[in-house]
Design a protein around this ligand. Structure first.
Ligand code: 6PG
Length: 477
């Protein structure tokens, strides 16, 4: 029997859809799942009549594959990935390739790459974005690993990825954990976008009194302009859904946001690398505070906020919210791209930030027209240290800032939480401030802990006995 081009382990929805996508592009796939009944179900249902071979053991799966074998793992991140690697290893030969296509933590991917390299087995950790539909119709694919390993599967991934203007949304990102790192940042940015959109909704609903129909219409209109993106598009659609109670379904959904961890990882990486990705981290914390619903309901009964109502013009505020959303979004992306830039230095990756923005234009959750602008910025200046310094983004944010500030003022006066809008504005203001009050932080640290400070007028490291009168400053280096 002819051997299959590819193997895949893990037949949950993402795995099944990826197999169907690969098969549609004329590759044969052998599949395996830990609960083997799922293999048979898949074969008699979605995979019926297709070039898909079911297997019931790992050995059978490996045997069914053309050498060098290429096996995709589409299993839960964490231990299941290690377990399957160890189950596969006894059957693999040098030059075979394992591809982890789940949302793995990039440091696990680095560890696994080293482990498998010792055994001469190739390893790719790849981000796959686009949810169930993307996996089936064309996701955005961020591959990390040995370049030689990438070359083995490049034609397959280029074909199954989303295509924008004839260009596949799939790319080689860099060695070991680079692909999963970039996917993690994609998700951090996704958290930021979702948070900012939900804050816009909150102001439109609670300050301007807009109902679902008007909200849906407004987001649909915004989707025609600069804000055009998948997340704005689905937001418009969400407001059109009426449930069995006759209410808009979204209003019946419990306001406790869940999370699987990739936004948290992105924020942790920002803290590890000392990169101010505050809007992304705020989006994670916003989900955390939403999750303590019981406490919030209790607090709402006893802690009072302002009582005022918005007295201004509705159209003005609506326009301001739109501008604030775009400006804050730019700041959130600036943070994500700065983080990737720093990670590239830290982990010795050569991340092509312009190219990364291009493979996010289609297939993935943050797909948007505006990503083209990011690519243009990196074409103009490949060493751009922050998106806010690019002429296009600088001008947009400068022009939007008055309205953006107004939104934050109105929300603050009315006591409506807008952590995304606020933290992005603070990021913008901090980034463009030549002298921050960190001098006082340094003085305090030196006062209570002799942590030393540097001076603005001369080189060196200094300490002062702040409590002792007339004690001269000491040079410590
Ligand atoms: C994607 C998504 C996908 C997943 C999110 C959800 O790119 O396709 O990002 O990976 O839907 O990770 O994450 P939370 O459950 O943490 O919101």
């Amino acid at each position: 029997m002819r051997k299959c081009d590819l193997g895949l382990i893990g037949l949950a929805v993402m795995g099944k859809n990826l197999v169907l996508n690969i098969e549609r592009h004329r590759y044969s796939v052998a599949v395996f799942n830990r609960t083997v009944e799922r293999v048979d179900e898949f074969l008699t249902e979605e995979a019926r009549g297709k070039n898909i071979v079911g297997t019931h053991t790992i050995e059978e799966l490996v045997d069914a594959l053309e050498t060098p074998r290429k096996i995709i793992l589409m299993v839960k991140a964490g231990k299941p990935v290690d377990d399957f690697i160890d189950k596969l290893l006894p059957y693999l030969k040098g030059g075979d390739l394992i591809i982890d296509a789940g949302n793995s933590f990039f440091k696990d991917t680095i560890r696994r790459s080293r482990y498998l390299a010792e055994k001469s087995v190739l390893y790719i950790g790849t981000g796959v974005s686009g949810g169930e539909e993307g996996a089936l119709k064309g996701p955005s694919i961020m591959l990390g690993g040995q370049l030689g390993a990438y070359k083995l599967v490049e034609p397959i991934f280029s074909r199954i990825a989303a295509q924008v203007d004839g260009v596949p949304c799939s790319a080689y990102i860099g060695s070991d954990g680079a692909g999963h790192y970039v996917k993690m940042i994609h998700n951090g940015i996704e958290y930021g976008d979702i948070q900012l959109i939900s804050e816009a909704y909150s102001l439109m609903r609670n300050v301007l009194g807009m109902g679902a129909k008007e909200l849906g219409g407004t987001f649909a209109r915004w989707n025609q302009g600069k804000l055009n993106s998948y997340l704005i598009e689905i937001t418009a659609d969400i407001f059109t859904k009426i449930d069995a109670t006759g209410n808009p379904l979204v209003e019946m959904v419990l306001d406790e946001a869940a999370q699987k961890g990739t936004g948290k990882w992105a924020s942790q990486s920002a803290l590890d690398l000392g990169v101010p990705a505050s809007t992304i981290a705020e989006a994670v914390f916003a989900r955390c505070i939403s999750a303590i619903k019981g406490e919030r309901v209790g607090a709402a009964k006893v802690i009072k906020g302002p009582h005022e109502k918005y007295q201004g013009n509705k159209e003005d505020l609506l326009e301001a919210i739109k501008q604030a959303l775009y400006a804050a979004k730019i700041c959130s992306y600036a943070q994500g791209f700065s983080l990737m830039r720093e990670a590239a230095r830290e982990y010795s990756w050569h991340l092509d930030l312009g190219r990364i923005s291009m493979i996010w234009r289609g297939g993935c959750i943050i797909r948007a027209k505006f990503l083209h602008k990011i690519n243009e910025a990196f074409q103009r200046e490949p060493n751009l240290s922050n998106l806010l310094l690019d002429p296009y983004f600088k001008e947009v944010v400068e022009k939007a800032q008055d309205k953006w500030r107004k939104v934050v003022i109105v929300a603050t006066e009315l006591g409506i939480p807008v952590p995304g809008f606020t933290s992005a504005l603070t990021y913008f203001d901090s980034y463009r401030t030549a002298r921050l009050p960190a001098n006082l932080i340094q003085a305090q640290r030196d006062y209570f802990g002799a942590h030393t400070y540097r001076r603005i007028d001369k080189e060196g490291i200094f300490h002062t006995e702040w409590m002792v009168k007339d004690r001269p400053e000491i040079r410590m280096d």
